[in-house]
Design a binder for this molecule. Sequence first.
Ligand SMILES: NC(=O)c1ccc[n+]([C@@H]2O[C@H](COP(=O)([O-])OP(=O)(O)OC[C@H]3O[C@@H](n4cnc5c(N)ncnc54)[C@H](O)[C@@H]3O)[C@@H](O)[C@H]2O)c1
Length: 269
Amino acid sequence: MRRSVRSLTNKIVVITGAASGIGQSLARAMAARGAVLALVDIDELALEALCAELADAGNTVSSYVIDVSNRSAMEQLPGDVVTAHGAVDILINNAGVSVGAMFDDHSIEDAEWLLDINLKGVIYGCKFFLPHLKQSPEANIVNISSMFGLFSMPGQAMYSASKAGVRGFTEALWTELSNTSVRVMTVHPGTIRSNVIRSSRMLDPQAQLKAVQLQEKFGMSTDKAAEKIVRAIEKNKLRVLVGADAHIAEFLKRLFPVSLQRLVGMFFD
Ligand SMILES: NC(=O)c1ccc[n+]([C@@H]2O[C@H](COP(=O)([O-])OP(=O)(O)OC[C@H]3O[C@@H](n4cnc5c(N)ncnc54)[C@H](O)[C@@H]3O)[C@@H](O)[C@H]2O)c1
């Protein structure tokens, strides 16, 4: 049986972390389908440049310079979006950061910074938008995890913890909201060519440069990743893996839950 594809035209879509990378490509992909956009980021200049581009192309767009880890700002955001656009249909919790260093070496402040953005930011988004999303006849929450939400990476302990946290949280929401109009989806991207490693808090600049080079060489483009995510929203999927590496990671983790961790550990000996 063919799944029906839902229209995103005129749907009011909130995207956090919209000023760069996957979020920026998601905004463009949604705009191309005629969605109304409410875009959120801490990078004011980049956010305004994107909004100007989309508005010039005839799209309806509003912008919010907000840190997703700021509880009171996130609490106020849904009301502002509803005032601007009248409703909210889709929330994409995409904003994220990384810390690249062994857990023992980086500070507890870096650990808290990352968890506050990657996990608490997602929780705030869901908590404060949910009452508004429930008013929509067809709503979606889309939470961006990672392939590191499926298995854990040495040198990325806090990132892996945050993304596994997003997975666990989102999977509980699927079930809790299954009798409502709100569909919930978790996204597990593999390597995508974005700015996430460049803006990462890494202790070793050489390791950071190498990681950026690997990402540039092997990563999927953000446009392609966004297209896969938007198509999954159109099909009301519950879960999507983006990229061959994410599929391989899941396959290996299911078959070899312990050996896979040993294998990735060998690269760090
Ligand atoms: N790029 C990858 O390989 C990859 C893989 C798996 C998952 N992800 C996830 O995809 C999401 C998007 O990341 P990306 O790769 O496009 O990175 P990116 O760095 O290109 O974009 C992240 C955006 O989030 C914004 N942001 C950061 N902290 C914020 C905060 N506190 N409040 C609001 N906005 C904030 C940044 O300004 C930036 O515009 C993240 O959750 C990331 O963890 C990325």
